[in-house]
Design a protein around this ligand. Structure first.
Ligand code: GCV
Length: 669
């Protein structure tokens, strides 16, 4: 029986983010016909019905008559649209969204919501929308039990987990449904519900606690979200009681096959496994002298009969390096491990690659792994949770960074496809928790929204997506001066990533953060540590020589045009100079200034930009709801304090090392 599935009721005090009721007004004032069957069509129907109940329109299901409707949402036989695509056209007073199935219809409905009144104005030519990237996932690094060091959510800056608390499932179905709804509205279609570091309690989600995962899958399914699970490679030993987890052992393979089959008995549309293996202490195939293709393929074989996928992370490196050892370069590790395995991975195995070669720094080159495995399915992993970009206490909108990565062409600027075409998956580490604003910092919602929408169109100008987020989150009708509000929001968000970059670690050198929690400056915090993240500053210069000629050889992992560009200090882009080269402080950048003067200038400028952003935010007090305004204002105080600390520590450190005074005579401590 077809009937509307009512949208979730948002728990008291929880922010509606980019789906405040007002954005449904244009839809809710009209006559709509919904045609088609299935649970996701019921969801779309429920959305329209709720909007009509609020704003006075009417919705009809499956009527035959074609007119007079303002909107027709129609599931029809349109195989070329795929499962998620849709068309939208406005002709003769009717807007028609056509899809081949419920998922596409739901995405089409949210497209109409984004268009607002424009969906119902003058005629609109037929537009076809299909997501460029098939898998658009959020990985939650949520622990079920509170971890003694990492807490409930590893690298989480938005409170506790939406899914788990103190070792138990929270069971807050409406909130999880509301989350799924927000994700569907920005185009995300998969969620991993637990941390890639799989501790003992979390491991059991795969077996005796799978029912708790099934409950989450039930809550997310009505919005087209498939549920994924991080699993430990050692599961056959720690859960199955087998003596080995060797991927080529028949008993181990049988155990995984049976375990996967049981998962599918309870979650028929289960997405698949995510695996962090042989990385930062997690178990993996190296223990058994096997390759990562052996490991991934064993899990792929277990999932294949059920249509599941294994996402295997390429984040494999030696985290117990001796800092004296100049021959080991962490940046090289993923390529060295995985490039030789190209062509060996199963059809349903996806290699999940961090966007840069090290670890989500504010500036890194694009990982060479993304261009090195043409016969392997790839997913790009970015970090929406702001571990290294201000931990959701700083405004740092990452759309431009992710867009640069997605547009990067591994074969060279003039040839070959971009990362956005090569990667079949875009995975963001989630920045969401149980905070009433979902993301801790209310403006960090823009990151979540942007990453979902980039998965649909990786070549979109991210600023257009930001405008979309602003229009939805702050609907014009709800503000006394929408123009001033929009300009203010743009002003504080547009350049915020570059501002962050300016007051933190310079010229791509990265990792000058405090060890452990990674917040705030500590120039030498990781300099003599085993983690492989060094800057090698001395009295004469700074940076890591990663050239093929005299350094670690990392630059040669790229295709020729990039390898040549990065290899030469003359052509290497300024913003990556210290990632690829060790240079004297007096080295003159393409910008015409010296490295040391650039450090001073950007650190002063970065703080000035935060001061200005805080001033702009203050000026919006009359246009933003008080709770939201206050939360952001508080965080600006902290951002400014922290930015000043960065400026003063970095500038003092390099002044003391180099002895070179600031050419503009500003005060350095
Ligand atoms: C989940 C970084 C983070 C870790 C994280 C790891 C990863 O090292 O600091 O918290 O672990 O990346 O991506 O696996």
């Amino acid at each position: 029986m077809s009937r509307p599935e009512p949208p979730p009721v948002l728990p008291e005090g929880v922010d509606p983010a980019w789906l405040p009721p007002e954005v449904f007004r244009p839809l809710g004032r009209r006559r709509t016909l919904v045609r088609g069957h299935g649970p996701l069509v019921d969801t779309a129907h429920g959305e329209v019905a709720a909007a009509c109940a609020r704003f006075g329109g009417e919705v009809v299901r499956d009527a035959r008559a074609a007119a007079p409707y303002d909107l027709v949402l129609d599931v029809t036989d349109a195989p070329d649209l795929g499962d998620e695509g849709f068309t939208c056209v406005r002709r003769d007073g009717t807007t028609t969204v056509t899809a081949a199935g419920g998922r596409g219809l739901l995405y089409g409905l949210f497209h109409v919501v984004r268009l607002g009144e424009d969906a119902f104005g003058s005629e609109r030519p037929l537009e076809t929308h299909r997501p460029a990237v098939a898998l658009r996932a959020l990985d939650h690094w949520d622990n079920v039990a509170v971890h003694p060091v990492m807490g409930q959510v590893e690298r989480g800056y938005a409170g506790g987990s939406l899914f788990w608390r103190d070792g138990e499932a929270r069971g807050e179905t409406e909130r999880v449904r509301a989350y799924g709804r927000l994700l569907a509205a920005c185009g995300i279609n998969a969620v991993t519900v637990n941390n890639v570091n799989v501790h003992a309690t979390e491991a059991r989600l795969l077996t005796d606690r799978i029912g708790e995962v099934a409950a989450l899958a039930d809550a997310l399914r009505p919005y087209g979200i498939r549920t994924h699970l991080s699993v430990t490679f050692a599961a056959p030993v720690v859960l199955g009681g087998l003596p080995t987890a060797d991927p080529l052992d028949e008993g181990v393979r049988r155990w995984w096959a049976a375990t996967a089959a049981r998962v599918y008995e309870v979650i028929g549309d289960f997405g698949g496994f995510v695996v962090k293996a042989d990385s930062e202490g997690q178990p993996g195939p190296f223990t058994y002298g096997r390759t990562h293709a052996d490991g991934a393929n064993m899990l792929a074989a277990a999932l294949a009969p059920h249509g599941g996928t294994v996402r295997w992370r390429a984040f494999v490196y030696n985290h117990r390096q001796d800092w004296r050892d100049r021959s080991t370069d962490r940046a090289r590790a993923a390529y060295d491990h995985f490039a030789p395995l190209d062509g060996e991975f199963a059809e349903n195995a996806v290699l999940q690659v961090k966007h840069g070669p090290v670890d989500f720094q504010a500036r890194e080159p694009v990982s060479p792994v993304l261009g090195a495995l043409p016969r392997t399915r790839l997913a790009l992993e970015v970090q929406a949770t702001q571990e290294y970009t201000g931990q959701q206490r700083h405004v740092c909108w990452l759309g431009p960074m992710w867009s640069e990565v997605l547009r990067f062409r591994p074969d060279g600027e003039d040839g070959g496809p971009g990362v956005g075409d090569l990667a079949g998956g875009l995975v963001a580490v989630s920045n969401v928790g149980d905070d009433p604003f979902w993301t801790g910092h209310p403006l960090a919602q823009a990151n979540l929204y942007t990453v979902g929408r980039l998965g649909w169109r990786p070549d979109t100008d991210p600023h257009d997506l930001l405008d979309e987020w602003i229009r939805l989150t702050f609907p014009a009708g709800a503000s006394a001066d929408p123009g001033r509000l929009r300009e203010g929001l743009r002003a504080v968000l547009h350049g915020s990533w570059r501002t962050y970059e300016k007051y933190t670690a310079p010229l791509g050198v990265g990792f000058m953060v405090q060890p452990g929690h990674h917040y705030g400056p500590s120039v030498d915090g990781y300099e003599y540590s085993p983690w492989g993240t060094y800057h090698f500053a001395d009295r004469d210069g700074i940076g890591v020589d990663r050239t093929a000629a005299t350094g670690t050889g990392y630059a040669a992992q790229y295709a020729k045009p990039w390898a040549e560009l990065y290899e030469s200090v003359r052509t290497c882009p300024d913003e990556l100079l210290l990632f690829f080269h060790h240079v004297p402080y007096g080295h003159v950048l393409h910008s015409g200034t010296t490295v040391i003067q650039h450090i001073y200038d950007t650190h002063f400028a970065g703080v000035a930009e935060v001061e200005e952003a805080r001033r702009v935010w203050d000026s919006l007090a009359d246009l933003v709801a008080p709770a939201r305004h206050e939360r952001v204002a508080e965080r600006y105080e902290e951002q400014l304090r922290c930015a000043r600390e960065w400026r003063d520590q970095i500038n003092s450190y390099f002044f003391r090392k180099s002895g070179v005074p600031d050419a503009r005579g500003r005060h350095i401590h």
